[in-house]
Ligand binder design. Structure first.
Ligand code: 13P
Ligand code: ZN
Length: 274
C-alpha cells in the first residue's frame, strides 16, 4: 500500500515504534526488504540516495519500487534520501517518491531554514512528505563530528519550515563505526517533547540494540539503515557457490540474506505486526 512519508510516520507516532528506512541499491536489496515487510506486515520505508537518482539506477528502480508498493499489503513509503537540492527533489517526485529529504545541513542555520521552507511548500503542494536535517550527520570517517542538535533550534526550524520529519544529530554517523556510538537519549526526548515533527535517526548501521531501543522509547520514529544492507548483500554473495551459474537462483539466496537482516531490524524497532 502506498503511504506518504507523513502518513507512515503518523502510524509510528500513534503506536510508539519506529519505521525502518532501508536504503536499497539494486533488485536484490529491494526484494530482501520487501519480503521481510510482507512476512511481518510491518510498515517500511524504501529509500535511495540522491546519487542513485542521478543515474539510470534510480530511474529503472523507481517503477519496480512503485509496483512493489502496490503489491504489498503493508504500508510502504518511497523516499529520496539526502536530496541535495530542489531540482533533485522535483525529479524524485516525478519518479513516484512519496517522501523527499532535503539535506542542506552544512549551510548556516537561517539559510537552511529558507531553502527548506521553499522545498517543503513544493512537496506539500503534491502531497509528498518532507524530511529535513538540522545538526549535520556526517560520516564515521570524519575527523570531527558536528555538535548535537539544540532543542531551541529544532523548535524554531520545525515551526518555520513546516516539515513533517526531522533528522537530528544525536551521536550517530554514516558508515561503519570504529567504536559503538553512545546516543544522546535525553536530547532525543527533549526534542520529541517540544516539536511536532517526527524524529529521524540516520546512521543506524552498527548502533547497539539497546541504544536503538532507547532511541525509539525517547521518540525516534524513523531509523535509516544503509551500510548494513550492503554488508548483508555482500555476506550473502560471498557464500554463493561460485560454479552455480543461474543468477535468478543464486541471487535469490543473496536477497534472502538481506531479508534476514531486515527482519531483525523490523522486530527491534517494534514495527513487526504479526
Ligand atoms: P548507515 O549507512 O550508517 O546505516 O546510514 C544510513 C543513512 O543514514 C542513510 O541516510
Ligand atoms: Zn543519512
Amino acid at each position: 500500500m502506498r503511504y506518504s512519508l507523513k502518513e507512515i510516520l503518523d502510524l509510528a507516532e500513534a503506536g510508539s515504534f519506529a519505521v525502518p528506512a532501508f536504503n536499497v541499491y539494486n533488485l536484490e536489496t529491494l526484494m530482501g526488504v520487501a519480503r521481510a515487510a510482507e512476512e511481518t506486515k510491518a510498515p517500511i520505508i524504501i529509500q535511495m540516495y540522491s546519487r542513485l537518482f542521478d543515474t539510470d539506477t534510480g530511474r529503472f528502480m523507481a517503477p519496480v519500487i512503485r509496483e512493489m508498493m502496490d503489491d504489498l499489503k503493508t504500508p510502504v513509503a518511497f523516499h529520496l534520501d539526502h536530496g541535495v537540492g530542489i531540482p533533485e527533489i522535483m525529479r524524485a517526485i516525478r519518479l513516484g517518491t512519496t517522501g523527499v529529504m532535503l539535506d542542506v545541513s552544512t549551510l548556516p542555520f537561517e539559510e537552511n531554514i529558507k531553502i527548506t521552507r521553499e522545498a517543503v511548500a513544493l512537496a506539500k503542494e503534491v502531497g509528498v512528505g518532507f524530511e529535513g536535517e538540522l545538526g549535520h550527520i556526517g560520516s564515521t570517517k570524519d575527523e570531527k563530528w558536528a555538535d548535537y542538535t539544540e532543542v531551541s533550534d529544532a523548535v524554531k526550524y520545525v515551526d518555520e519550515t513546516g516539515l513533517d520529519a526531522l533528522a537530528i544529530m544525536v551521536g550517530t554517523a554514516h558508515g561503519k563505526y570504529a567504536k559503538a556510538p553512545k546516543l544522546a537519549i535525553d536530547r532525543i526526548e527533549e526534542i520529541h517533547n517540544n516539536t511536532k515533527a517526527h524524529l529521524v535517526l540516520h546512521g543506524g548501521s552498527g548502533v547497539p540494540d539497546d541504544q536503538i531501543k532507547a532511541a525509539v522509547n525517547a521518540g525516534i520514529r524513523k531509523i535509516n539503515f544503509g551500510t548494513d544492507v550492503c554488508y548483508a548483500f555482500m555476506d550473502g554473495y560471498k557464500e554463493l557457490d561460485p560454479y552455480s551459474a543461474p543468477l535468478d537462483v543464486t541471487m535469490s539466496k543473496v536477497a534472502e540474506r538481506v531479508k534476514e537482516f531486515a527482519l531483525e531490524k523490523i522486530k527491534l524497532l517494534g514495527a513487526c505486526k504479526v
